[in-house]
Write a protein that binds this ligand. Structure first.
Ligand SMILES: CC(C)(COP(=O)(O)OP(=O)(O)OC[C@H]1O[C@@H](n2cnc3c(N)ncnc32)[C@H](O)[C@@H]1OP(=O)(O)O)[C@@H](O)C(=O)NCCC(=O)NCCS
Length: 180
């Protein structure tokens, strides 16, 4: 399955993505911001993650896609729905752009809008939710621009950078979603 945004296309993850993904998930600038990951991930673990992403969403409850630039096929990150629950028509949303030179370049907003549209219009979700570290201002701004609303705080939930950090819970409902 392939989705497209203005400057990117989204395709299934493949093992050729593993070297860059391994680099990103062992970069302290990245792992500091990306919730729920250890600071070190083995290459084997990365390969397992890519393998898992290729399994059917009906089995894994997860749909993950790699992000590539349309102009030069550069692999820059991933996006996904996981914990897909069709009884509640809900899923958790995630995104990471590993290419740090592109942070703040509006790719996150571009992808999130496409995924939210796809989640509501094609997958039939009623609620898309996420969690984000309270100091990850860039990510919060990106999600707010895409109409996610802050719905609560998990106080001091994550120990990172030598301190306990708050985590925000954010969501967007189908009724909040403006059809384009
Ligand atoms: C979070 C992420 C997906 C956002 O994508 P992005 O392309 O960098 O973000 P965008 O450019 O679309 O939007 C970010 C916004 O935050 C703003 N911003 C950047 N740094 C900021 C800061 N320190 N404080 C407040 N706002 C900030 C930008 O100006 C931009 O807003 P604008 O469009 O009004 O200028 C990407 O930066 C990323 O993957 N980071 C590392 C991993 C991560 O944090 N993943 C999310 C975990 S929940």
């Amino acid at each position: 399955m392939i989705l497209k945004s203005e400057r990117l296309y989204l395709r299934m993850p493949v093992q050729e993505d593993a070297p860059l993904r391994h680099e990103w998930f062992n970069d302290p600038q990245f792992t500091r911001l990306y919730l729920g990951r250890p600071t070190y991930t083995t290459y084997k673990q990365i390969e397992e993650e890519v393998k898992f992403a290729a399994l059917p969403a009906s089995y894994t409850g997860m749909m993950e896609l790699a992000l590539l630039t349309t102009d030069n096929n550069r692999y820059i990150g991933n996006t996904f729905f996981r914990k897909i629950n069709m009884a509640d028509r809900s899923a958790e949303y995630g995104i990471f752009i590993g290419a740090q030179d592109l942070w703040g370049g509006h790719f996150g907003t571009e992808v999130t809008r496409i995924m939210v549209d796809y989640g509501f219009n094609e997958l039939g979700f009623n609620r898309i939710w996420l969690t984000v570290l309270s100091f990850n201002h860039r990510a919060i701004s990106c999600f707010e621009k895409c109409s996610f609303k802050n719905e609560g705080v998990f106080r001091k939930a994550i120990f990172s950078g030598g301190t306990f950090n708050d985590v925000y819970s954010m969501s967007i409902l189908e009724e909040d979603h403006i059809q384009k």
